[in-house]
Write a protein that binds this ligand. Structure first.
Ligand code: SAH
Length: 239
């Protein structure tokens, strides 16, 4: 019998996250404590499918890099951790431009909520764009999935930046207002910006005239890098 070479996949759920665009999303999960709420689609909106999931502190999310799918893929990709100029094989990378566009992230399991017949699963530590389609969820099983002796020789080449993040005096009041709605807002901004989301060739600059912008939830965040520190200069509520 011939093995099929073409498989069709159906999204079982989609995830709501604070990240409205790809820019500034952490390069891997758990680098920021961002929350995600998974809503199951018709046909998969069945709480029995999640029976026993509370036994696991962490879960694997398998998803589609849906915002990149149309751009296709190449055999090699620029590796941000090599400064953005050297290339690596696509299969030797966690690039989002891959033959089948499948992503995988380990996240914290914050539990199932069900109301009015809609099942939701709350997770924390996501690195996914708002609205990303999920194709599968599995428990993270430490005895098999965790390999403490694993080596990653790129670690010594370019560690992920860890800059201090300050909020301007002038925005303290706005920040307090925002935190009434998004309790984790300053922690999230700090976690996202401490990694210096600028393009790799800019990350060397400890002073940069440009003001960068990133939208988290419904807030447009403006920031600059001055004297090696990330300074949040303005917060604009998007209507
Ligand atoms: N942990 C995953 C993702 C790593 S890449 C894996 O290893 O497979 C993480 C980057 O994916 C983020 O910085 C973000 O820019 C990008 N990303 C997240 N969701 C996406 C989506 N739905 N479509 C395209 N890119 C996405």
């Amino acid at each position: 019998m011939n093995t099929p070479q073409l498989f069709s996949l159906e999204a079982i759920a989609s995830i709501a996250t604070p990240f409205k665009q790809k820019f500034a999303i952490p390069r891997q999960p758990n680098l920021a404590n961002a929350q995600g709420v998974i809503t199951f689609k018709e046909g998969f909106n069945d709480i029995n499918m999640l029976k026993g999931i509370e036994n696991y502190s962490h879960l694997w999310l398998l998803f589609i890099f849906h915002q990149n799918i149309e751009r296709g893929w190449k055999n090699t990709v620029k590796a941000p951790r090599l400064g953005g100029n050297s290339t690596m094989g696509v299969l030797a990378s966690r690039s989002t431009h891959r033959p089948n566009g499948i992503g995988m992230s380990v996240v914290k399991n914050k539990g199932v909520v069900s109301s009015n017949g809609q099942t939701k699963l709350v997770v924390e530590g996501v690195d996914l764009v708002n609205g990303t389609p999920l194709i599968d969820i599995k428990p993270y099983i430490a005895y098999a999935d965790s390999v403490p002796s694993a080596s990653d020789n790129l670690d010594s080449i370019k560690p992920i930046p860890n800059r201090d993040v300050l909020f301007s005096e002038t925005i303290q009041q706005t920040l307090a207002e925002i935190e009434k709605k998004h309790r984790d807002f300053s922690a999230l901004v700090t976690a996202v910006l401490s990694q210096d989301p600028r393009p790799a060739y800019k990350q060397k600059l400890d002073n940069d005239d440009k003001t960068y912008r990133v939208t988290l939830y419904d807030i447009d965040v403006g920031f600059q890098i001055t004297d090696a520190v990330v300074k949040v200069t303005d917060l604009v509520h998007l209507g």
